[in-house]
Write a protein that binds this ligand. Structure first.
Ligand code: HEM
Length: 490
């Protein structure tokens, strides 16, 4: 009755009714749930709602609605769901999951400030060195490209955040972060998406004894270790005068005159959050670039020609070349659309009752933007399954035309990804360096016949590609020399 009064007779957004009490609990699959949401969007429209055990879930598959609610009304759409496993693990340090409020606001400020476009030149040398090292590593072991991407990105983020040079794939800090990431995905068993879609499961540990208990303990320990140990390392290095430039060092220097331990701890939480959010995402787009090149030889050739004209094959591409490489820029945009990294973003929660277009959206509702649907809308992006960088070129084919819609790949409103510019810079230098030195293609069998390329993308909160096979060989002697000549990444 109370809810009826609050609603003033207004209906919730349309959607499937589900069963009494549990609602749509069993209608939402645990993985690839966006496929179900697409079907519902076709039937009910760009904003739908359903209930799961009394909790209202709103799914937005329409760009204008997402921009209105999550963008323009972001003051009331920027909370996060309480994820009890995170709470039990005491992952309250994790910016991505933090509730809207003063602690989040402060942490977010630090993240945005250190990763804004004007800061990017500070990271250019780091990005180049790690990408060039990747070229060398892949030349030596092409079959291991998938792991090499993971290591490269770990090294980029560890370098940017802590000024630390990862020692190798078994580096202690990399391992903790990878394990913590696995836990944070596994914790939402049995498929990462589950807790976000089915808030009811948050009560699971209470009535299924033992479930998650070990995960919780382990997750807690890994989280604490990941946030604390690299941070303490930078502090010790600063005392010894040996700390490399990094986000952590810069921020600590600014804190120097504050004796407040609280500030230092809050800072450790933010930089730890950047590390975990940054290490697991960009790798998906880099693997997808390799996938796109392997299956589209014509696109690869065009990209190579564009870079070759500029560099004359006398050097590797630089960040200064970025404005003059429209096709490469278009590829980097297209890959974010073609294989959406976080298909359902990360759910938002509503802070106050709201009304949209005559529909009632209650305080506490979960709001899931279906980014995948928005970026694969066949009206806006004809033949959406095709990797087609030309979507982002002017009609004469020479100028890159940025489409603001693509920023949806990084979410909406005040919660939008603060790592966007670093991710885009990484993708640019990675793609440009790769096409200028390697031919990527399908694997050949013993008879020299091309084998079909298969790649399965996961159906969880981050859609990771399963490792796939393809051929990566230096283009020719010139490419080989260019790779050998770089002193970066030794
Ligand atoms: C291709 C790469 C990436 C993609 C597609 C991506 C995507 C996203 C998305 C969809 C969100 C949720 C936004 C929302 O709630 O509306 C997010 C949040 C976040 N991302 Fe990224 N991200 C990427 C790379 C990075 C990197 C490199 C970093 C750090 C250096 C980073 C740090 C974060 C943080 C800290 C948040 C939480 C923001 C908050 O809740 O206030 N991301 N990202």
């Amino acid at each position: 009755l109370d809810s009826w009064r609050r609603r003033r007779g207004l209906p919730y957004p349309p959607g499937p009714r589900g069963l009494p009490v549990i609602g749509c609990l069993f209608s939402v699959p645990k993985t690839y749930s966006w496929i179900k949401y697409d079907q519902w969007a076709k039937k009910y429209g760009g904003i739908i709602s359903f209930s799961v055990c009394g909790q209202i879930v709103v799914v937005i598959s329409d760009l204008e609605v997402a921009e209105e609610l999550l963008g323009r009304r972001s003051a009331i759409y920027s909370d996060r769901l309480k994820i009890p496993f995170y709470e039990m693990m005491d992952w309250s340090w994790f910016l991505l999951g933090m509730p809207f409020g003063e602690r989040w606001r402060r942490g977010r400020k630090t993240a945005v400030r250190t990763l804004q476009p004007s800061q990017m030149p500070r990271y250019h040398d780091l990005l180049k060195s790690k990408v060039h090292k990747f070229l060398k590593v892949v030349r030596a072991n092409p079959a291991g490209f998938h792991e090499s991407i993971g290591f490269m990105q770990g090294a980029i983020i560890m370098g940017a955040v802590y000024g630390y040079d990862l020692q190798g794939p078994d580096d202690y800090y990399l391992k903790i972060a990878q394990d913590a990431n696995l836990i944070s995905r596994a914790i939402v068993l049995p498929g990462g998406q589950v807790l976000n879609d089915v808030p009811f499961l948050r009560y699971l540990p209470k009535f299924v004894p033992g479930v998650g208990f070990n995960y919780v303990r382990l997750g807690n320990r890994l989280g604490q270790e990941m946030v604390r140990s690299p941070f303490e390392m930078v502090k010790a290095q600063m005392d010894a005068g040996t700390a490399q430039q990094s986000i952590t060092r810069d921020c600590l220097e600014q804190l120097e005159h504050s004796d407040d331990d609280h500030d230092a701890k809050a800072l450790a939480d933010v930089v730890g959050s950047l590390y975990i959010a940054g290490a697991d995402t960009t790798i998906i787009s880099m693997a997808s670039i390799i996938m796109a090149l392997a299956s589209n030889p014509d696109i690869q050739q065009r990209a190579q020609e564009e870079v070759d004209i500029l560099t004359r094959r006398a050097r590797l591409p630089e960040f200064a070349d970025r404005p003059n490489l429209p096709y490469i820029n278009a590829m980097c945009k297209e890959v974010l659309r073609w294989r959406v990294v976080a298909p359902l973003s990360f759910p938002h929660a509503v802070i106050e009752d709201d009304v949209y277009n005559g529909f009632f959206i209650p305080k506490g509702a979960t709001v899931i933007p279906n980014i995948r649907a928005i970026l694969n809308d066949p009206v806006r992006f004809p033949d959406p399954e095709r990797f087609n960088p030309e979507r982002f070129l002017s009609s004469d084919g020479h100028t890159f035309v940025d489409d603001p819609v693509l920023s949806a790949a990084f979410g909406f409103g005040r919660r939008m990804c603060p790592g966007q510019y670093l991710a885009e810079a990484t993708l640019f230098i990675f793609t440009a360096a790769l096409v200028s030195t390697f031919d990527v293609g399908k694997e050949k069998d013993a008879h020299g016949r091309e084998m079909p390329l298969e790649c399965i993308y996961g159906g969880e909160i981050l859609s990771h590609p399963a490792p796939f096979k393809c051929s990566l060989v230096p283009r020719d002697g010139i490419a080989d020399e260019l790779i050998s000549a770089t002193s970066w990444g030794e």
